[in-house]
Design a protein around this ligand. Structure first.
Ligand SMILES: *Cc1c(COP(=O)(O)O)cnc(C)c1O
Length: 377
């Protein structure tokens, strides 16, 4: 089936009792058992919940995977993935990942004996060079936040296969609509469903998708044994949202392409970072492994005062963390999402104090452009 058909139908069945078209919210902690040792396959809410299963089947279909395993946040899903390894194991990570991933690995999991190498994965040779005897996982994010660097996912997955490593891709920025890492040979996909998948800025959630039976078995066990499961209501909200993922992503992409062109042509910004621009260093790779360029743009305004003026005066854009919602958001990575990264490290990757990040929403593009224009006047 095509993406939109799967988005609307995969994992969705009319209710057996009433015929309700929409999967109900099974807001229950436990289930009545018929007799000792006999139940309908549902015993306890942490272990089984039909609203959650419906979400997992739905997103697994969109990511072209066999299994979906949902969590209460993107970081809970990332944390669950760390149970694929043991103390003494080594993990290679894209150096410019989501700040919370950095914090989880460096400030928490390291204390449990896991070893991390932070690598610029835009060059596949750096992955090869970082592999050690005890390497088990390669954790990639593409495109990255906020510099929008890409990793060649097909090339990286080949290196992983040759070296018997599992490849993981945080696909949050692209959503399954624009990029499917499993079809490029990667083993595991992770999403913060908080972002584009839910898309309405009203849920925190995460999901892992894989076709690897062993990985599924382990992560499914951990989902129940550790217990960071999403609520039935949150699952229901996310299912409602995936039905419109295709149309939302088309509009995010359409608006972002126009917005990036405006930033370049108006010369309002000194430098614009967007994989959809022909001058993006990995524009060709973007066209090869993605079906669109998404809604995230970063722009360097050349001086801090100009950036501050913009951040202060916008009215349609909302100043705030997060991304991927229908409403446009604007943020200042140096003082917000990436404040914990030392200034020299930030500057090295182009993350200057005058860099502004835009999550371009699905409003009328003319209003978004006029908002920036009038904010700077
Ligand atoms: C937000 C985000 C996460 C973390 O997800 P939460 O749902 O906030 O826990 C992970 N990766 C990326 C790329 C994100 O943007």
């Amino acid at each position: 089936m095509g993406f939109s058909t799967d988005a609307i139908h995969a994992g969705q069945h009319p209710d057996l009792v009433t015929g309700a078209v929409i999967t109900p919210i099974y807001q229950t902690s436990t289930y009545a058992q018929e007799e000792l040792g006999k139940n309908k396959g549902y015993e306890y809410g942490r272990t089984h919940n039909l609203t959650r299963q419906s979400l997992e089947t739905n997103i697994a279909a969109l990511e072209k995977g066999k299994y979906g395993i949902a969590f209460s946040s993107g970081l809970a899903a990332t944390h669950a993935l760390m149970s694929l390894v043991k103390a003494g194991d080594h993990i290679i990570v894209t150096n410019n990942v989501y700040g919370g991933t950095f914090r989880l690995f460096e400030l928490i999991m390291k204390d449990y004996g896991l070893e991390y190498s932070w690598v610029d994965t835009t060059d596949l040779n750096n992955i090869k060079k970082a592999i050690k005897k005890n390497t088990k996982l390669v954790y990639l994010e593409s495109p990255t936040n906020p510099m929008l660097n890409l990793t060649d996912l097909e090339g990286a997955s080949k290196i992983c296969k040759e070296n018997n490593l599992l490849s993981i891709v945080d696909n949050t920025f692209m959503s399954p609509y624009f990029q499917n890492p499993l079809t490029l040979g990667c083993d595991i996909v992770l999403h913060s469903t908080t972002k584009y998948i839910n898309g309405h800025s009203d849920v925190i959630g995460g999901i892992i998708v894989t076709s690897n039976d062993k990985v599924h078995e382990r992560i499914r066990y951990v989902q129940n044994a550790v217990g960071a499961v999403p609520s039935p209501f949150d699952c229901w909200l996310i299912i409602r949202s995936t039905k419109t993922l295709a149309v939302r992503m088309e509009r995010h992409d359409h608006n972002a392409v126009k917005f990036a062109e405006y930033l370049v042509e108006s010369e309002i910004a000194a430098k614009v970072y967007y994989p959809g621009l022909p001058n993006h260093p990995q524009h060709e790779l973007a066209k090869k492994q993605m079906r669109g360029f998404g809604g995230m743009i970063s722009a360097d305004f050349g001086n801090v005062d100009k950036a501050k003026k913009l951040l202060k005066n916008v009215k349609v854009f909302t100043l705030g963390e997060s991304l991927g919602g229908v409403e446009s958001l604007i943020s200042h990575p140096a003082s917000m999402t990436h404040a914990s990264v030392p200034k020299e490290e930030r500057e090295k990757m182009g993350l200057t104090d005058s860099l502004v990040r835009f999550s371009v929403g699905i409003e009328d593009i003319e209003d978004l452009i006029e908002d920036v224009n009038s904010a700077l006047r």
